[in-house]
Design a protein around this ligand. Structure first.
Ligand SMILES: *Cc1c(COP(=O)(O)O)cnc(C)c1O
Length: 362
């Protein structure tokens, strides 16, 4: 790889497209004749406002975001949204959660602080290795929203079909699948994601929220930063935003547009994932851990017969220039995160390496 870079399979922060990093390098010392780096600019300056506006416009175009949705750039990552969502969306004080892994479990536990939170489906019985049937769930009559994590980064599952919410608002955590494929925004009340998985640097969440869900009649004790109406009324600039992350995300949006948009990205992601899953399906040494129908295109966990061999493989891959393949500490094994910016060559090279490893150790 160019610049001595490695194929980085990190779950996040993770690889960014090389053309984006090169462009950022070129603009680092003097952004477009402003005489400043974007890190040094006032967020109120004309030049930065233009960066932020362009980023939002490009995101709207990429995702086809309808006009009655606001796009908010909020600090605190995806984790802050676990609190902001119940604080802002609970009117009746009731929400239904589907728990399919560590991230939806964290969101569920956090929401309990703010109201009555009901667990309407879970895949904990089989170590979160599948997505439960969500076609006919016991949705609460008075639920303010139904919550899902659409791609579970740690366990490697993804929804093929959205839950039937029986008319209730659907809220989704798309952190680890953001911009990996086209989605129909109008099916959701709120989409959010921390950007460091698939889009940009850490420390920023993008929230896409239907306007009628932005309330002003909230408990006045809710901290001002944690109200969606604060961010909506101030174009995400109530205080100093994460300017640098917004700038990089904007570059990634431009890059995605330049390759043809999310349909094209999705095709590339399907191809990449198929290379790895096809290998795992025929391997005698390595085995995927997720039910085939629910496999993520982004995060691919797999194991060998023992933790010792897993560790040996991780060490061997690292020495060969494939980094961050160790599985999450809560599940062990290995995990290859193959987000948008992972080139197909990276997945092909990894599969060749694992094949070779298996042949030598088999
Ligand atoms: C990483 C991740 C989070 C947490 O993101 P932070 O930005 O670290 O708060 C939440 N949900 C999912 C699905 C994730 O992958």
């Amino acid at each position: 790889m160019k610049y001595g870079r490695v194929f980085n399979f990190s779950a996040g922060p993770s690889m960014l497209p090389e053309p984006v990093l090169e462009k950022v390098r070129d603009e680092l010392m003097n952004y477009k004749g402003s005489g400043m780096c974007v890190m040094e600019m006032s967020h109120r300056s004309k030049v930065f406002i233009e960066i932020a506006n362009q980023a939002e416009a490009d995101l709207r175009e990429l995702m086809g975001i309808p006009d009655n949705y606001k796009v908010l750039f909020i600090q605190g990552g995806a984790t802050l949204e676990f609190s902001m969502i119940p604080m802002n969306l609970m009117k009746n004080g009731v929400a239904d959660y589907i728990v399919t892994g560590s991230w939806s479990k964290k969101a569920f536990d956090e929401a309990k602080k703010f109201g009555e939170v009901r667990l309407i489906a879970s895949s904990a019985d089989k170590g979160y290795s599948y997505i439960p049937d969500v076609s006919d769930l016991p949705i609460s009559e008075d639920a303010d929203y139904v919550y899902i994590c659409e791609n579970e980064t740690i366990h490697g599952t993804t929804y093929q079909e959205l839950p039937n919410t029986k008319g209730k608002v659907l809220v989704t955590d798309q952190s680890s699948m953001f911009l990996s494929k086209p989605v129909d925004v109008s099916k959701y009340g709120l989409i959010f994601g921390g950007v460091q998985k698939n889009v940009g640097p850490a420390g920023l969440a993008i929230v896409i929220i239907r306007e009628d869900l932005i309330r002003e009649d909230l408990d006045p004790n809710i901290p001002i930063y944690m109200r969606y109406d604060t961010h909506a009324k101030n174009d995400s600039m109530y205080n100093t935003p994460n300017c640098w992350a917004i700038y990089i995300c904007g570059k990634v949006f431009k890059y995605l547009k330049s390759i043809g948009g999310l349909e094209v990205m999705n095709k590339m992601n399907q191809e990449k994932a198929a290379i790895l899953y096809d290998f795992l399906d025929q391997s005698k040494m390595f085995k995927g851990t997720v039910a085939a129908k629910d496999r993520s295109l982004m995060n691919v966990p797999f194991v060998t017969e023992s933790a010792e061999l897993d560790a040996e493989v991780v060490a061997a891959t690292k020495a060969a220039g494939f980094d961050n393949l160790k599985g999450h500490k809560s599940v062990g094994g290995l995990r290859a995160s193959i987000y948008n910016a992972m080139p197909k060559e990276g997945v092909q090279a990894l599969v060749e390496f694992l094949k070779d490893f298996e042949a030598k150790h088999g």
